[in-house]
Design a protein around this ligand. Structure first.
Ligand SMILES: [Zn+2]
Length: 104
């Protein structure tokens, strides 16, 4: 249905606009300090807390555990792609250990 598609696109654009206004954070490796992940924190329901840990594809170590509130949008840093992002719910918070790989 064309009208449904249009509605979906507009809704998505609204969500993206929210993220453009939000704060951007870069998660780095705790060991080699290379940038691993960009996290955009949106506004909205701040009761949702997400703990993020990123495994480093350069040295095999990982980032410090980062905490984000509300809706988040994540993107691998330049030259990297997200390969796995398992999500656990523990004591009302979301926990994820993100695996990123180097692009070919
Ligand atoms: Zn590293």
């Amino acid at each position: 249905m064309p009208s449904d598609i249009k509605f979906t696109i507009e809704k998505e654009r609204k969500v993206q606009d929210q993220f453009l206004l939000a704060q951007e954070n870069i998660i780095e490796c705790a060991n080699c300090r290379k940038a691993l992940l960009n996290v955009l924190q949106g506004t909205g329901d701040e009761s949702i807390v997400t703990f993020i840990l990123v495994e480093c594809p350069y040295c095999g170590d990982s980032s410090f555990r980062s905490r984000a509130k509300g809706k988040i949008y994540i993107q691998a840093a330049n030259g990297l792609s997200i390969s796995d992002m398992p999500m656990d719910i523990k004591e009302g918070a979301r926990h994820t250990k993100i695996k990123v790989i180097k692009n070919e």
